[in-house]
Each structure stands twice: as structure tokens, then as C-alpha cells.
Design a binder for this molecule. Sequence first.
Ligand code: PLP
Length: 365
Amino acid sequence: MTAPRITVDLSKIRHNTRCLVDRLKPHGITVTGVTKAVCGHPEIANAMLEGGVTGLADARISNVVRMRNTGILCPITLIRTPMLSQVEQVVENCDDSFNTEMDIIAGLAIEARRKNVIHNIIVVVEMGDMREGILPEHLEGTVCQVLKTEGVSLKGIAANFACLGCVAPTPEAMTMLSSLAVDTERACGSILETVSGGGSANLPWALGKETAGQINNLRLGEAILLGTDPITGQPIKGLYTDAFKLLAEVIETKAIANPNPVQMTDPVLSMVCATIDRPSNTRSILAIGLQDTDAVGLTFPAGVTFIGATSDHIVVETTNSPLRAGDEMTLNMKYSALTRSMAAPDVAKVVRREKALPECIAAKQ
Ligand SMILES: *Cc1c(COP(=O)(O)O)cnc(C)c1O
């Protein structure tokens, strides 16, 4: 079979989605499935829809177009704020977009009027992640301006947490977002349909004892795809963490009498590179490299030690059964490896739909 390749188990993605949708429902929170890590892969998007998401979201218009081209008709939100140069495609392909700039909203409005449609605006408020967003004190003004703009409709507000800053949302921040929603509705005399509280990093808060207040939506990527919490990296109870696997082929194995320690030039790679007191002297090369994946985001099988990576090679050492040329190694991916490998042209994507999986039981926890 072609290598390197990612295998995707769609049943596990559907199961993870269903579990999260069912757990959040009693809290009054709907789930938007985030497809950016899989480049809007249409079958994966459909597995999310089968799992009960109310809509999809992606950061790139190219991924949205890919989904639309395969007949996906559900609401799709652009969650990276639009480029002014792309407003036409945004209005054409997305029901909603996240926004922080009045000039871009005006551009979307012109395009919407030209097409005789209404484009929905979700205003992003900056709550401490330090990436995009309107400051809370400017929110009311922006929202009222959106309401006055013909061609667009105010759909709601949203916040980001743990995207740029590795800061988990505090209950206080969530309470503040909720009261901002109330204040905005009061000041502008308009009901906010969506108050979107963040991504997978917000799950512990959303499933906790605090009430969700006005917050009625989360946008989930990592939790659905990998079954892990982005802050701790820990598996989420009841979810599959192995829906994706990366397979790479061995192209060389040599016994090395006195292995020289490898001095990595990349400081990030040298952190994960084990060079001292290795018991093994069998070194193998995998035909996959930094162009195809993020070596730091890979987990190797037991008995395999990562030595280093270049653009086209990953070097490992093995302690037990040596690998032979032509053998395949299965690697697990963290989010960074998943995103890069899904976007890499030389990594094949093979989807499988396995037999039915057990129902989600975790809703009762
Ligand atoms: C990527 C992204 C998400 C999803 O984040 P996960 O941690 O994968 O759940 C949500 N919102 C925005 C704006 C994003 O860019």
C-alpha cells in the first residue's frame, strides 16, 4: 500500500462527536465541528455531521470550498476572520464568518448586497488569548454598527481561549463573556442567536458544575478528532484517541557499532531527541520527514526511540525486533503532526468505516 499514509477511522470520529454532543446538550451547548486540522476533508466532515454537530467551521476558504464541492450543504462558519481580498468567496460559500474589523464587515456587506443575500456576522471579543478580537469595552459600539449595516446580520459573539496564549479559560472569563452577551443584547436591542465560548480547551469548563449562562455553542476540533484535551494533552474519558494513524515505510536499517550522538540544529527537535546512553545500536530510517509531518508531534511505538528528522527522513533506533527495509511503522499523531500530515501532498489519506461502535455511555457520568 502507498506510504506514507494516514488511515482515518470515520466510525471513531462519529462516535467522539456523538459523545461530545450528548454530553454538552444538557448544558444547553451545541457543537460546531472544526475541520481545519483535516483541511476540510469531506468524509471526515460528514462523520462529524452524522455525530450530531449543528454546523461546521474552518479557518480557510479553500477548505470550505472543498466541502461545498462535495455537496455539503450544512451551515459553515469561517472562523479565521476573512481577508478583504476573499470577501466574495466568503459570502458565496459561508453562512457566517467571525469578524473583528469594520472595514471587512463593510466589504462582506457590499458583496452580500450584490448577491442579494444576507451574510451572518459573529463578532469576536478578545478575552485574554491575545490573538484576534474586539476589546470588551468596544464590543457594544461594533455590534451596533454591524446592526446598522445593510447586507449583513448580527448572529452573535464568540471568544477564543488557548489558541495563541496557552491560557485555559477561567470560570470568571466565561462568566464575563456571558454577561457581555447580556449587556450587548440590552444595549443594541437585538437577540444574539450564538454565543460561542471557545474550542476544545473549554470542555472542562462546559462540562463542569458552573452554569453555561448565555454561552450556547462550542467549536470543537481536537476533542473530536484526537479525543484529547489541548491544554493537558490527556485523553478525554470515553473518546477514541486513535481515529488517525500515520504509517511510514522503513528504507534502511543498519547496526551501528558506536553511534555518534546526533546534534540537532533545531532547538525544538533537540528537546525530543534522545542522544545519551542508548542501549540500542540498530538505527532505521523512515521515508517521511518534516515536509510531511511535525516530528515533535509524533509518538513512536514502544522500543523505538526518535533520533532526528530532516525534510525527508526520520531516523529512529530500535531496541527489540529490528525493522527491515519495506516494513511499516505505525505512529500516533498529536494535533501539530495531524494538521501538517493532513495538508501534506505526499501523505495519502485512507478512510475506513469500521463496524458499529458501542454507544456513548459517558453522558450519564
Ligand atoms: C481551531 C479553532 C477552534 C477549534 O480548536 P480545538 O482546540 O481544535 O477544538 C475553535 N475556534 C477557532 C477560532 C479556531 O481557530
